[in-house]
Design a protein around this ligand. Structure first.
Ligand code: AMP
Ligand code: ZN
Length: 488
């Protein structure tokens, strides 16, 4: 923790989906913050909408650290149990992809986990204290299910089901009444309530699954909701502080986790948030794209790599996320991403001359209002959009000692994670995959242009510039970088 953050006001208020209110953050354990984030199902590449969920969780974690809490963050990797339909219908997503690609589930999981971690790194998302892998916790899942089964579950031919009527306030998080919740499908005959869900899915007689384990209910695999209850409780202890996920999880996955946690802890009412397993439940809203390119089933869906291939630095996407409030829907567009890239370039350029300066005391009279504005914004349910403007006010402030500026930028960027003091502007110059010229060629044309200009042949110089523009290259006279790719 930096000296500045020790003196920063600790106030932090967050929107708790369970109460639909902004509440002050009050840690369960003094000075600590324990956070669990629902992680990816590693059956395919993540799309950039998925990555918005982790940029948000990262901002939350960084803010908690900045406000002085010792953070323990867990993100899980789901490599078993997530069905193609959240409400208990369909196939296991992992099994389905393994079949389609004629590979083992383990290979599929390993490949897409690595791809996800590459995106995490590219977006400057901090490593959590632990990545918990679902298949490492199957014995604990069976033990958890055995404990809650007598009072809360019943067995059908297809598995062990959780009776949602056996706990108080089922569905409060979704604001849905049992049996009338959105998206429920009564796909399984014999369920007591439409919202009842499998916590153990038996392998049908005569079949073998690639992933199956012995259990008191026969060979089978755990339900997806069970995984998160078990890993979060095991690693963070019930109740922990904050549980995060995308807003879709507010409807089925998290209400079901909560019901299991209640069954495990005490079966008490949700008037006490602690009975839900976590004191606060936070949800990021969706990144949306009108043409449907977000869907993994569409051919060229929006992966981070696609952005990079088109010449957009991944941190421009991070900035695009931070420009919106995490609880607002964010519409993706290439124009919007381009604007974010330009904004990032300006910020990195302004930060460039701070890099070699020794950090001083950030509490310079000119910077204090900006630091205060930043603290207030980030403490107000993570208002990154306003925090960004405070950071820019510091970056572009005139007549301020550079060492004070550097210290203030360091404090703010520790939270926002744009890498302003480490990323170079030239790092943002990414070659679009379809670029028609190579860098050496560009340098060659620029050399010819320098000669033409030396001879005052401006017509030739302009023609050479146009030649580069046509190839997607912007020439920047007077700029030390000299030229840039224009993203596709
Ligand atoms: P999944 O891999 O499908 O389990 O999703 C991983 C995370 O991404 C979950 O927290 C989802 O709620 C979240 N998510 C899915 N789609 C979007 C989207 N379009 N925008 C933001 N978050 C999303
Ligand atoms: Zn989960």
């Amino acid at each position: 923790m930096t000296e500045e953050s020790q003196t920063a006001p600790r106030t932090l208020a967050l929107f708790n989906s369970l109460t639909r209110q902004i509440e002050p953050f009050r840690p369960v354990h003094a000075g600590e913050a324990r956070v669990y984030s629902c992680g990816p199902t590693v059956y395919n590449y993540p799309h950039i909408g998925n990555m918005r969920a982790y940029v948000f969780a990262d901002i939350l974690g960084r803010t908690l650290s900045h406000k002085g809490y010792r953070l323990t963050h867990v993100i899980n990797i789901t490599d078993v149990g997530h069905l193609t339909d959240d409400a208990d219908a369909g196939e296991d997503k992992m099994e389905k992809m393994a079949k389609a690609q004629s590979q083992s589930i383990w290979d599929i999981a390993a490949h897409y986990t690595q791809a996800y971690w590459a995106d995490i790194a590219a977006l400057n998302i901090r490593q959590p204290a632990k990545w918990s892998i679902a298949t490492d916790y199957v014995p604990q899942m069976i033990a958890f299910a055995e404990k809650i089964a007598p009072a809360h579950c019943y067995e059908l031919e297809s598995g062990l089901y959780f009776d949602v009527a056996s706990v108080a306030d089922y569905g409060r998080l979704a604001r849905a009444v049992t049996d009338e919740g959105e998206g429920r499908i009564e796909a399984v005959e014999g369920k007591r309530n439409a919202a009842d869900f499998a916590i153990w899915r038996k392998t049908p007689a005569g079949e073998t699954r690639q992933m199956e384990w012995d259990s008191p209910w026969g060979k089978g695999a755990p339900g997806w909701h069970l995984e998160c209850s078990v890993m979060s409780g095991d690693l963070l202890g019930f109740p922990f502080d904050i549980h995060t996920g995308g807003i879709d999880h507010r409807e089925i996955h998290h209400p079901n986790e909560i019901a299991q946690n209640q069954a495990f802890c005490c079966a008490g009412s949700l008037d006490s948030a602690a009975n839900s397993g976590a004191n606060m439940w936070l949800h990021n809203n969706f990144l949306v794209e009108r043409s449907g390119k977000m869907s993994k089933s569409s051919g060229e869906f929006l992966r981070l790599q696609l952005l990079i291939d088109r010449g957009y630095h991944p941190l421009a996407y991070r900035l695009m996320c931070l420009q919106a409030h995490y609880r607002s829907e964010l519409e993706f567009s290439w124009e919007g991403l381009g604007a974010a890239l330009t904004r990032l370039k300006r910020m990195i350029l302004a930060a460039e001359r701070l890099k070699d300066v020794a950090p001083g005391d950030a509490r310079h009279p000119k910077l204090t209002p900006m630091l205060n504005a930043f603290e207030a914004a980030i403490g107000d349910d993570l208002n990154t959009a306003v925090a960004l403007t405070a950071l820019e006010d510091v970056l572009f402030a005139k007549k301020v000692d550079l060492s004070a500026k550097r210290a203030a930028v360091a404090v703010m960027d520790d939270v926002l994670g744009l890498g302003l003091l480490s990323v170079e502007r030239r790092d943002l110059r990414l070659r679009p995959r379809h670029a028609t010229v190579a860098e050496a060629e560009i340098e060659g044309v620029l050399e010819q242009r320098r000669l033409a200009r030396a001879e005052k042949d401006f017509a030739a110089s302009d023609a050479l510039r146009e030649q580069l523009v046509a190839a997607g290259v912007e020439v920047m006279d007077g700029d030390p970088l000299g030229w840039e790719w224009v993203p596709e």
